[in-house]
Write a protein that binds this ligand. Sequence first.
Ligand code: NAD
Length: 263
Amino acid sequence: MESGLRGKVALITAASKGIGKAVAEALASEQCKVAICSRTKSDLVEASKVIKEKYSVDPLWCICDLNKNSDIERTFEATVKEYGKVDILVNNCGGPVPGYFSELEEKDWDNAYDQVLMSVVRFSKLVLPDMMNNEWGRIINVTSISVKQPIDNLMLSNSLRAGVIGFAKSLSTEVGKHNITVNNVAPGLTLTHRLYELAVLEGKENNKSHEEVLADMAKRVPMHRLAGPEEIASVVLFLASKQASYVTGTTIQVDGGFTKGLM
Ligand code: NAD
């Protein structure tokens, strides 16, 4: 089915690895003009190379620490200089540090606030004026199933991602009249570098190998397996596409049935 995305400009944050990179690949596969950012130049160069080889789309890459407003502004300006506008903003981020409340310090909260919530707020503020002028836009936030069901040991994710959902819902009601949709995708257990790190940590705590931890995680999912990052990306792609033109203010979990709530 034709997605209507050919030639649209997509800016994907934290996109040198994992889910962000898979989203960039999915949008490039539809011949979007793609801009990606993250902190590490070598990872960005590698991700761009892969995307160019697979989809003949040469991404713009920008070094950007999502905790820094100046980096966010520079990334937005570079994208607009290269492509003239941003049609699709995908707000992904690095996962905030794990930990229970008793283990976290004030600076952990500050970092998570900047990266998880304020990066979404800041990028959205920058892209919205053009989206409104063009009467077309998509803002899609990659969050976590922690917005449906808090996860043990992820106090920061559980707390700050809820703010992203509240922001997105409120924004969707403000900008809907401009044909701009705002939605969230909430991934479940997805096999990426982030999950690998969490499995190593949990393995150390429980005297298990990370392979055992990952296998145990998979057993907790009704589908009895972890997601691939491309399975999260395909839902982001749907939300960006013309097929999702009347979908806004929603949070779609992509979790193999992991969350237990009815809605
Ligand atoms: P990942 O570790 O594979 O990739 C994270 C990306 O974020 C990398 O490109 C990294 O360079 C970038 N990044 C990290 N900190 C950054 C910063 N300060 N500024 C800019 N870029 C930064 O992680 P992933 O598994 O793809 O996860 C992506 C997001 O989805 C995370 O927020 C994670 O918490 C969330 N999530 C992941 C899972 C999972 O099971 N993998 C489940 C639910 C939610």
